[in-house]
Design a protein around this ligand. Sequence first.
Ligand code: ACO
Length: 329
Amino acid sequence: MRNQPAAKIVGTGASIPEKVLTNFDLEKMVDTTDEWITSRTGIETRYIVQDGQCTSDLGTEAALRALKDARVKAKEVDVIIFATITSDVGFPATAVFVQKNIGAHNAAAFDIQATCTGFIYGLEMADAFIATRRAKTVLLIGGETLSRITDYSDRNTCVLFGDGAGAAVLQPSDDDRGILATYTRSDGRLHNLLMMEGMGTKNPPTAQNYHEKMQYIQMEGRDVFKHAVTCMGDAAEMILVKAGLSQADVDLLIPHQANIRIIDATAKRIKLPPEKVYVNVNKYGNTSAASIPIAIDEARRNGRLKQGDVAILVAFGGGFTWGSAAVRF
Ligand code: ACO
């Protein structure tokens, strides 16, 4: 563990759409029940965008809140990293729309795509930019409108996902707070278990590909579940070793919010009691790259994460990708 971390999170913000989609709403759309969804996933509600709203709208609101929280002006931002699998358009990057909207005209702006692990990958990059003095202020956003790529006639997937965005501002650390360690992995051999096959160059948006529903998330739920439990557990253990921390040093585990059973298994693996685990999957469902920054912002605002607390962030997603970070807030 470094004595003084290179980069620290100096502000956070989040944006959740207004429209709520409850399990009871879904009961009217597919053959499912509130009881099935809550017992298998822990999800009760999720929020989805209205017509015309897109990922950069949520990302912009989260970014403005994070900048305000950090007392940093948009023109001070050197780099904007936007982690998403639901970009506004094929190109350019969603990050440049946020750049335009907030007036961060001195920044370099680009997207990264590491599915549900996107925020952790972005955190590692932001830390590296600051550690190597390539940047002083990095705006990192995780944002998704998964409702746009969800098939609301497929009960296997449509109950799981929601929309939202979270953002963090990072700057050089001048004390013991900051990014203590990061860990990122992927395994492309398992890409077929969770993917959206269409809309890219392999399966362009033709009538036939639409007919085959390639524009939607496809998932082998049971296999994804098994790998998620193993990889998130591994990543949680690994980050303790990398950061030189023991279980007792951890104040809060903030896992990717996909399924309460995956969250519980991850906590059990590193022997953390429930009061040290942050859970909001019941409210928002799985918001992919947005889930961890939304949870961080919420935990800071409701007092679960206080200044000086050590949090472990852990995620897993399509690719597969997985990773973790240890952060002193
Ligand atoms: N309502 C009612 N029944 C359903 C529903 C539903 N919404 N969805 C599936 N079922 C049925 C299935 O068809 C299956 O029926 P069958 O046995 O007749 O074939 C039955 O329920 C049981 O299915 P399982 O897959 O065994 O159910 P399981 O307990 O594994 O839960 C779930 C399914 C919730 C999808 C789970 O596998 C899971 O959470 N997987 C991880 C998925 C995930 O989180 N992906 C997101 C990206 S990766 C990540 O973020 C970690």
